[in-house]
Design a protein around this ligand. Structure first.
Ligand SMILES: Cc1ncc(COP(=O)(O)O)c(C=O)c1O
Ligand SMILES: [Zn+2]
Length: 417
């Protein structure tokens, strides 16, 4: 917290101390953490960062915590050069920011929860919880277990079974609400208010959101301290996408990276695309929708930070794309087939949207692109069941193999004799 100057309202700029506050009492705008960038600039050098362990705490000066407390190795996930996928998409320089292997729960949420959980301890909340579309529940429950915090996670009652299991295994109280995410969120806001519990994405949201900046920091650092031309990010509640931008702007501000900031694009599923619809209609504030999509982790109809996504798209010269459930599942398969990465439908949404942006000419063939892959396919495996080939069933003799497979192989792929 050495460099944190306080919290500021994103809408009216009013200043608050860095406490358990999340909305502006004057205008109800969201509160954002502010830093003394001049002071950060004098200590946070490339070589200092590079000398630290490969996790998100390497950016400590720009994170709103006293000290790391989680004990997990979150962040610094691979930035993969994807040449085979690039070829399929008809572009030349493509990277995947692969949070499907984030630690400890295999989604981008481990970034935001690292900060929220640490801050929950520092601010002395008696209970740690969240309103979740699935991934957040798992990450909050894992962090609560590690820190010994009582934990309540609230989810819609129609989540994928493995997402529920992925939270339940850490033994929190899992509360399944008969409603969608937006209902869950409303309920949790009332509980936070009445019981004083710390909800990662509600009353700890100002701190939680700062964790998402680390994806922006890492993209710039892992590209060799430079910016790409484009970044494509999925959007649900709208935390991640604007914070990637904030992270990149901060690196520029403190002199770690020069150059033109990238165009940042928003990806949503057609069945839950309030932000893309707002962009198309020229609205500043997205209108709520009723979500209905296979990408359940992106099924937020009334995104808390939707207006910030609209703003960042406009400010960076970015764009938005919404894609169908079918395109999402196709993209999940394409990514697995070309790059060996199994993502959940949220990742499929981002890749399918990138494909659409290339087709529309928004992304040009020779421009560099980073796609944010934010979740792991093993948690939602059932959605792919009907899409993959069934195993070839054979008996146990060599003749069985020859009959079913060997005799169909041509010389090029046949076994060496
Ligand atoms: C896998 C995955 N990707 C992306 C997102 C979108 O995040 P945000 O709410 O920050 O827009 C979520 C949110 O739940 C998610 O679970
Ligand atoms: Zn305000």
């Amino acid at each position: 917290m050495k460099f944190v100057t306080g919290l500021n309202c994103h809408l009216c700029g009013a200043a608050y101390p860095p406490e358990a506050l999340w909305v502006c009492s004057a205008c109800l705008g969201p509160l954002e953490v502010s830093y003394d960038y001049g002071a950060v600039r004098s200590v946070m050098t490339r070589s200092l960062i590079e000398s630290r362990p490969r996790n998100l705490w390497r950016y400590l000066e720009l994170l709103p915590v006293e000290e790391p407390k989680t004990g997990f190795n979150s962040g610094y996930t691979p930035l993969v050069r994807a040449t085979r996928l690039a070829k399929e998409l008809g572009i030349t320089e493509l990277y995947l920011k692969d949070d499907s292997v984030n630690h400890p729960t295999f989604s981008y949420k481990d970034r935001v929860v690292s900060i929220a959980a640490t801050r929950a301890v520092e601010l002395g909340f008696p209970v740690f919880g969240c309103a979740s579309t699935g991934n957040l529940a798992g990450s909050v429950a894992a962090h609560a277990a590690r820190l010994g915090l009582p934990c309540y996670v609230f989810i819609p009652n129609d989540l994928e079974p493995n997402k529920v299991l992925g939270a339940s295994i850490y033994n929190p109280h899992v509360v399944a609400v008969a409603g969608n995410y937006d209902d869950v969120n409303r309920l949790c806001t009332q509980i936070a208010d009445r019981y004083g519990w710390g909800f990662a994405n509600i009353n700890l949201r100002s701190y939680y959101a700062e964790g998402a900046k680390t994806m922006g920091f890492e993209i710039a650092e892992q590209l060799g301290w430079r910016f790409p031309d484009h970044i494509v990010s999925p959007v649900a509640g709208g935390t991640l996408m604007p914070r990637i931008y904030k992270g990149l702007r901060e690196f520029k501000e403190i002199g770690l990276v020069d150059g033109v900031l990238p165009k940042i694009h928003a990806a949503q599923p057609e069945g839950s695309a309030p932000v893309i619809r707002a962009l198309e209609a020229g609205l500043e504030f997205p209108e709520p929708v009723k979500p209905n999509t296979i990408a359940k982790s992106l099924a937020i109809g009334n995104p808390a930070d939707g207006f910030q996504v609209v703003k960042v798209v406009k400010e960076t010269g970015g764009s938005g794309a919404m894609v169908s459930d079918d395109e999402i599942l196709d993209a999940v398969q394409l990514l697995a087939r070309t790059e060996g990465i199994f993502t959940e439908p949220a990742g499929g949404t981002t890749l399918a949207a990138t494909r659409a942006l290339i087709k529309r000419g928004v992304i040009k063939p020779n421009e560099s692109v980073v796609i944010c892959i934010t979740g792991n396919g093993y948690k939602t495996a059932e959605v792919m069941m009907d899409r993959v080939a069934k195993p070839t069933q054979i008996g146990r003799s060599f003749a069985d193999f020859e009959k079913a497979i060997g005799s169909h192989l041509n010389a090029a792929v046949g076994a060496a004799k």
